[in-house]
Ligand binder design. Structure first.
Ligand code: NAP
Length: 264
């Protein structure tokens, strides 16, 4: 995938000032895309732009709070007016809230997280979708999570948001498919980013042990998968939710016992 198969395509990435979003910008830029680096964090987007330019890529920055639907519409309108196309939208912006059991979760944590993930993604898709339809082309990738597969104790808001992303992916794939627009999602396991810094500090060893490939996920594990969805050649791949977890979800304590027994 080292070729420039996204030459001059306009790619909007949300939450691009950090972690997976930043790496994704670098990866799509290497493939020739012009990157619209958006994030609520202004410092973060300027740093991402610098990194893209350091590898001779093209970047524009836009401060964007995905929760603010007017702001989202204005930014998408501005990008479309300038470039006359929007080819790729990666809805990646996300937050976490401090863990708490569902029965004890403060309502503001519930609201805040669902607003960023679900409303934010809806706002971005709504603002870009008609422009993609006008050009009969588009690649949309949403960010789900392993937490959207089997629930996430202590994080019911996150589990609901990431399961919701699956419903959005399937529905949008049906609605936008006739216009040459594909819609897919990634479900990363634990990936090393600022969001997971604290969890990894406490549990890294345990996660590694429970992951069949015996390592923690890195940001380029996710960006490589997203880049595949974004390729023009991936036009028959839509409504796919791809786990990127090193096999974590497959493992059970019974498997470990059997592997120990068999290797004696
Ligand atoms: P990250 O490093 O914290 O990056 C997320 C970025 O989104 C930050 O720059 C953040 O800004 C920004 N953001 C937050 N609220 C926003 C808003 N309202 N509008 C626009 N941008 C906003 O996190 P990450 O680990 O790269 O996660 C990226 C995505 O992958 C998220 O959707 C996350 O849920 C998902 N994911 C991550 C993992 C993992 O293990 N890391 C696993 C599964 C799924 P601030 O820093 O200012 O908040």
């Amino acid at each position: 995938m080292g070729n420039r198969n996204l030459e001059n395509q306009i790619a909007i990435v949300t939450g691009a000032g950090s972690g997976i979003g930043r790496e994704l910008c670098l990866s799509l830029a290497k493939r020739g895309a012009k990157i619209m680096v958006t994030d609520i964090n202004e410092k973060g987007i300027e740093e991402t732009k610098k990194l893209i330019e350091a590898q001779n890529g093209y970047a524009e920055t836009y401060k964007l709070d995905v929760v603010d639907s007017d702001m989202v519409k204005n930014v998408m309108d501005e990008i479309y007016k300038k470039h006359n196309r929007i080819d790729i939208l990666i809805s990646n912006a996300g937050i976490s809230t401090p863990p708490s059991l569902a029965t004890k979760m403060p309502e503001e944590h519930w609201d805040k997280l669902l607003k960023v993930h679900l409303y934010g993604t809806f706002n971005c898709v709504k603002a870009c979708g008609e422009y993609m339809k006008a050009n009969n082309y588009g690649r949309i990738v949403l960010s789900s999570s392993l937490g959207g597969v089997f629930g996430f104790a202590g994080n019911v808001n996150y589990a609901v948001a990431k399961t919701g992303m699956v419903g959005m992916t399937y529905t949008l794939a049906k609605e936008l498919g006739p216009y040459g627009i594909t819609v897919n999602a990634v479900q990363p396991g634990i990936i090393r980013t600022p969001m997971t810094k604290d969890a990894l500090k406490a549990f890294e060893e345990g996660f590694i042990k429970e992951t069949p490939v015996r390592r923690i996920g890195e940001v380029d594990d996710v960006s490589n998968a997203i880049a595949f969805f974004c390729m023009p050649e991936s036009s028959f791949v839509t409504g796919v939710v791809m786990r990127i977890d090193g096999g974590y979800i497959l493992q059970s304590s019974m498997d470990q016992i059997m592997m120990d027994v068999c290797s004696k």
